[in-house]
Design a binder for this molecule. Sequence first.
Ligand code: NZQ
Ligand code: ZN
Length: 394
Amino acid sequence: MDTVLNEDYIMENFEYYNPVKILFGKGKIEELNKHIPKEKKVLITYGGGSIMKHGVYDQVVKALNEYEFIEFGGIEPNPLHETCMKAVELVKKEKVDFILAVGGGSVIDASKYIAAAVYFEGDPWDILAGEAEITRALPLGVILTLPATGTEMNANSVISKRSTEEKLAFANKKVMPQFSILDPVIPASLPKKQVANGVADSFVHVIEQYMTYPAHAPLQDRMAEAILKTLLEEGPKVYKNPADYHAMANLMWCSTMALNGLISCGVPGDWIIHNIGHELTAFHGIDHARTLAVVLPGVWKVFRDEKKEKLLQYAERVLEITSGTEEEIIDQAIKKTTEFFESLDIATRLDKYSVENSTIDKIVDRFVSRDWKELGDRGMGTPEKVREILEKQL
Ligand code: NZQ
Ligand code: ZN
């Protein structure tokens, strides 16, 4: 296929700086003491207790035997502002000066928020709702137990507020981890459902930075396509057997590379799938990755003409669809991508999650009240289009 390049589109100027040290491989937890200064008082943060079951807790405690440390557990999936504020109190009372997050995206995001909230004057929720400036944050280290979000190597954090049923994100370089340990043995204990979530979330992260329009950036395109193809190949293997070291190692590296800022350098992004997905989690508690698998086909159905060049490129290079008219190829691309999610037992229709029209109304009203009138790729995501996208998936 000949890529149609609009000469008005250029590779945009960019700055890329990613200071997160990645410590990848078996047994890397043993090296913790090389990466946290000895005089630090450490707070270990974790979730609902899986770290006790898969043995990581014991490894961490052993590796920290020369340190003074305390713990804060009970961070929930889709972490709550209310829970984080309890940790902030503990940090202040105990004069903690290093946070070690041991968990998936929820624990890591919560730890980033805690690290910033400790020094924030006023209500820390303003960091999310009011885009308030973060002047300082505690240093943070990460032990990743679930490959999915890419938070281990980025500046982002997504936090929910129970009292208002909101889920919002912030991004700030000051909360980037100093190091992240990625040991592919650790996620072997994941329930298959969480592995599927990891594959789908990583896949959609790439799509959000790729499925826009050609922008004279063939290297970024090919890097994105490489991650997508690897996920298509390795995803089913790791879903079948989370203890398959090779497949898990590849999923871990794919999910980190999918959202560490590299593939988005100089190219347009979208993120409408995430904007809408976060609302489905906020109102219905649906797993983050599953919301994305529902919204993605809706976005492609509604914007198939606007995203045509990239949809055709994706169909040919990633899915290897070579025959048919352009319209047939795009239909095939949407179908095959949906089938990929379904093959991981991820439902892609809203009725499967008991979401009805009334939720669509609530989401659209919320976007209007936030003045989110031009979301995503080229600002095409008006509230009317958001309604159309969701209605396609009912
Ligand atoms: O809480 P525990 O007991 O640890 O159990 C967790 C949790 O129930 C479990 N788990 C994690 N590692 C395990 C394990 N169970 C067994 N063995 C292991 N090795 O898995 C469950 C889900 O964990 P969670 O951290 O919630 O999942 P995930 O990593 O998918 O994170 C989802 C959160 O990240 C946000 C999402 O919105 C959501 O709040 N995201 C963050 C992003 C970022 N910061 O860049 C980008 C993403 O798009 C996403 O929005
Ligand atoms: Zn995501």
